[in-house]
Design a protein around this ligand. Structure first.
Ligand code: NAD
Length: 288
């Protein structure tokens, strides 16, 4: 794979941006990568581990002359960052993001993107429960989907170029409408995270009641299921606050199903439980 962009600016040097840097570096997809993150500590760490060709002291400095600007900050910070960098964006450049929620990002960032600059929001469906500049690795996106959510009227050439970058970083790429994206992700990612956070909270409360270390002795099911509850609190706070409607819709449906299962357990309705688990096993084995 050869170069897709000249200069790429990464804003917010956490798991996703650092993985993008290593993935771009692996196959030479950009000639120069600049980076900026809000905290001095993160910028120092980035410099120490050789993340990016140049770490800048301001977001504006990082994006100056960039052909592609990647916003990789928590979703709630996207709008402010876009406003800050807008005056420095080069005509013909592309702004993208990697945020887990798309409608909010389009509304928060879109108005700041100047005429003559392309805006192609995106979301790599890849991650771990780790965060920060040292958590990234080049293989994170390999064979994982990245969804691009270009607003209507976006220049197809700008979309194709961003697609080529993601494919060069190992990803499979598809396009999706923002509202559909937010609903799908509420089911497949956002609600599961909330449920995992809740389960850990419940286990911890139980510890206080039983005075035993519930979590220390947890079985594999609990550990597998709650791994994602170690994820970054700021990122997830922002996801729920910005994908409110879709998340509440899915949690409502989840609660109905849970009540039905609760009733089946209380009334000893083994048939209902068995049928339900048979159906979900088939779905899980069939699609994942
Ligand atoms: P992270 O916590 O590892 O890194 C975020 C970085 O942004 C941190 O270094 C933080 O200091 C910096 N930052 C915060 N506010 C900033 C600001 N105003 N200006 C500049 N820097 C700022 O997070 P991450 O996991 O890399 O997530 C980044 C984005 O990617 C989020 O929008 C998230 O929704 C999305 N995302 C995350 C995952 C995942 O699994 N972690 C997966 C896909 C997409």
């Amino acid at each position: 794979m050869s170069q897709v962009y000249g200069r790429v600016a990464l804003i917010g040097l956490g798991l996703i941006a650092s993985s993008m840097f290593w993935a771009m570096r692996r196959t030479g997809l950009a000639t120069e990568v600049t980076g900026y993150s809000r905290s001095q500590e993160t910028r120092d760490t980035a410099t120490r581990i050789g993340l990016c060709d140049r770490i800048c002291d301001t977001a504006a400095e990082a994006v100056e002359g960039a052909d592609l600007v990647v916003l990789a900050v928590p979703v709630g910070a996207m709008g402010d960052v876009a406003a800050e960098i807008a005056p420095m964006l080069k005509p013909g450049a592309t702004v993208t993001d990697v945020g887990s929620v798309k409608r909010h990002v389009i509304e928060a960032v879109g108005p700041h993107v100047p005429d003559g600059v392309h805006f192609v929001p995106g979301h790599p469906l890849a991650g771990t429960e780790h965060s920060g500049p040292e958590s990234g690795f080049a293989e994170l996106f390999d064979n994982r989907w990245t969804l691009l959510v270009p607003p209507e009227g976006t220049d197809p050439a700008a979309i194709d170029r961003l697609r080529a970058l993601w494919e060069g970083m190992g990803a499979l790429v598809d396009e999706m409408d923002a509202d559909h994206h937010d609903l799908v992700l509420a089911v497949t990612s956002h609600a599961p995270h909330l449920i995992a956070y809740t389960m850990v909270g419940v286990a911890d409360d139980l510890r206080r009641v039983t005075d035993t270390e519930v979590i220390k002795y947890s079985a594999a099911g609990f550990r597998d299921f709650t791994r994602i509850a170690a994820s970054d609190p700021t990122m997830w706070r922002d996801v729920f606050l910005t994908n409110k409607d879709a998340t509440l819709e899915i949690l409502g449906r989840f609660t109905e199903e849970l009540f039905a299962l609760q009733r089946a357990i209380r009334t000893g309705d083994g048939g209902h439980l068995h049928d339900y688990f048979t159906r979900t096993r088939a779905i899980r084995r069939g699609v994942i």
